[in-house]
Design a binder for this molecule. Sequence first.
Ligand code: ZN
Length: 506
Amino acid sequence: MSQPRIAVGGFLHETNTFAPSPATYEDFLRGGGAPPLSEGEAIFDAVANSNIGLCGFIDAPEARTWSLIPTLWTAASPSAHVTQDAFERIAARLLAAIDRAMPLDGVYLDLHGAMVTEHLDDGEGELIRRVRALVGDGVPIVVTLDLHGNVTPTMVEQADMLIAYRTYPHIDMAATGARCATAMARLLSGKSRPAKAFRQLDFLMPIAWQCTAQEPCRSLYAEVAAMESESLPSVSFLTGFPAADFADCGPCVVVYGTDPESADQAAGRLAARIAAQEPAFAGRVFEPEAGVREAMRLAESAARPVVIADTQDNPGAGGNSDTMGMLKALIACGAERAAIGNVFDSAAARAAHEAGVGAVVRLALGGHSGVEGDSPLEAEFTVEALSDGRFVAPGPYYGGGRLDMGPSACLRIGDVRVVVVSRKAQMADQAMYRSVGIEPLEQAILVNKSSVHFRADFAPIAETILVCAAPGPMAVDPADLPWQRLRPGIRTSPLGRPFVPVVEPA
Ligand SMILES: [Zn+2]
């Protein structure tokens, strides 16, 4: 075969159907915590040297021998539904670029797996279906998925292989792209297409307890990796994203094997192992002030910061990163040497920039997304530092990627410092504090608006990590969400109540 022609692209969104704001076309254009929407050759530069699936695919040794045809790559911060307008415009351009690239020997897509749009429950299933319809059955389609993907039967059916991350915090996004290149090479080598096996688990896993550095996921993911062999070329376990209200929400197992029987048996075995760990997907959650008091108590004898996860406002799960519950608790408890970030409030950042360093500004900070039980914090703040918000995030989660948080500031109230930003991105790198002059190592308490990703860069410097539940859109216990459309019988938390569909009154 002459040099294989592989079209590459990506379209990523994690949808929390309960979150306050949708993902619009503008959100994808800007990218937020991810690079902005790019097309053609520009996508190579956009994803270069970063922890992104496409970057890992491009840099894989196998891919060096292929002719890679760049199409389109885009991602937006997790939020409520992707608008119909955004999905259709982006999908049309991605499809048109693939069409222009034909004839092709393969297609690689960097997707998330938990995209719900205003008009489609299964964003990725529809996207892969359209790509399949365009390129035909003979062209292999290999897809990277986030470990939080809510995989559907359509996705399994339409793609040759779906291969998911194995770490949360996701420090292996690029590594998963590289595994997809290996899978693509196998498909191109003319061996028969692998048989597929798919099992959905029957309980939702709270994201705070999905961390793969802790049990039960640490052992389960070690097993997943150990299961792969010549006859089982890819084994994935996805913990799922338990905030998307549709029938295929939840964890699953996707296995590819040289024969249907061994794939099916392996999937069944793995699903049973995971099911047996159901009670272990649980842990302690503090109310805001109780969590702050516990952090202050621990900090008295600690040499390193006590880190609190403000998990229910995690912008990586659809939060707006602007709730004030934890900041109010820090102030109410009189916490000292404390810092919190990121608070997404572009008006506050602008006011700080206009006032200048050293000025005192009166603000109604945060609390703008209308989350029940939350409100802005009206108070005076001292502007301690200003920044254009552009910096490199060297920690393992952003992996050296360039971030652009827009105009940013450090605002101080009492002995609490607040990272205020103009663009939403998850507090998952120490550089986010340093970008506005806060040295995280010098703080007694750090409150991160994140559920798990922050652990990659903060666990090494943390005395301990506490999980707090201030009012926010990403329920720490999925059973608290107002579900309506899950599949009947799935438990909405580990060992929890089975879901009963809401019966519409006649
Ligand atoms: Zn994820």
